[in-house]
Write a new protein. Structure first.
Length: 318
């Protein structure tokens, strides 16, 4: 018998399942074929009862991405599993990881930040990391002598402790970032169609799909799964989320929808593609009601935004 019911799966898609319930479901699916089959059956039933909208598809992609993260974490477990604890509403999952060919064993911690939350962590080398909503971040309790490696699926701002002899490497779903000592923001969610890295200080190397880009302060690299775009920007605006502010001189509407969905825990049902290439300037606080933000966007563009429960419908003005 499955360890969860189809109501648990429906609850996740509809936003009513608790973070602890989500984690329990991920673990069950990643470790049990019976549970995985039960999840797929419930997923198909939920999709059949909802319109085949992009928001529904993106929610399913998000679940699958979380399950894959749990499978990767399980692959790293060596001898035992350390109990889960909550820190600033971020779930920390500890496990054992073999860091070298020697018998040195360190603890790998994975934090999964719930929607609308963010957290801060200091790594063993003194590097400070701020992790944003719905992000997964993994790091060891001690680094290798040759390299410092972490994994990120989501968004985070890094203040890397300088150590030229031991590069700092961030593995993301869309590329690998190598630095010596720097400040940068990376937004790379597996379910998104694009990823962005903004450099504030120092220099770094961005590698993706066999291509390498060397970045200087003020550079913004955007990867949209097919090409790499490099532009100059005020990189500080990409870290405004740390202080609860969202400020962009120029942001594409699909990227704005992604950011709003993670702050306010809502889903966007996209029923028009007319505005996918539209960009606007925004400045708001995470404490501002989402209804006010939607009204402000409607004042700028001929677009209709209707909030229905935890879903925002994006359509043309009739």
């Amino acid at each position: 018998m499955s360890s969860f019911t189809k109501e648990h799966v429906f609850g996740y898609f509809e936003g009513s399942l608790t973070p602890a319930g989500e984690q329990s479901m991920y673990e069950s699916i990643s470790s049990s074929e019976e549970d995985a089959a039960a999840f797929r059956a419930a997923e198909n039933e939920w999709l059949a009862s909802h319109k085949a909208s992009e928001s529904s598809a993106r929610m399913v992609d998000r679940v699958r991405a979380a399950i894959e993260r749990e499978k990767r974490a399980r692959a790293h477990r060596l001898y035992f599993r350390v109990a889960m604890i909550a820190a600033s509403l971020a779930l920390i999952v500890s496990s054992a990881l073999l860091l070298s060919r020697r018998e040195d064993v360190a603890t790998l911690s994975e934090m999964v930040v719930p929607a609308g939350e963010k957290t801060e962590v200091t790594l063993p080398d003194g590097t400070h990391v701020w992790v944003n909503s719905l992000s997964s971040f993994s790091y060891p309790s001690s680094f290798k002598k040759s390299v410092r490696e972490v994994e990120l699926d989501g968004e985070a701002f890094f203040e890397v402790q300088a150590n030229p002899k031991h590069p700092f490497v961030v593995h993301t779903p869309y590329g690998t970032i190598t630095v010596l000592g720097t400040k940068f923001n990376v937004c790379s969610y597996l379910e998104d169609k694009s990823a962005q890295t903004a450099l504030l200080e120092g220099s770094l190397k961005y590698e993706i799909a066999g291509k390498t880009v060397m970045m200087d302060p003020g550079d913004l690299v955007t990867f949209d799964r097919s090409k790499i775009l490099i532009s100059k920007t005020d990189a500080s605006q990409y870290t405004s989320w740390i202080d609860g502010q969202i400020t962009y001189d120029d942001i594409l509407l699909p990227m704005l929808w992604d950011r709003l969905s993670r702050i306010y825990n809502v889903r966007f049902d996209i029923r028009t593609r007319m505005f996918d290439n539209e960009s606007i300037r925004v400045a708001f606080s995470e404490h501002d009601p989402i209804d006010e933000i939607l009204r402000a966007v409607q004042a700028l563009l001929p677009i209709k935004l209707t909030k229905e429960g935890d879903t925002v419908v994006v359509a043309n003005q009739s």
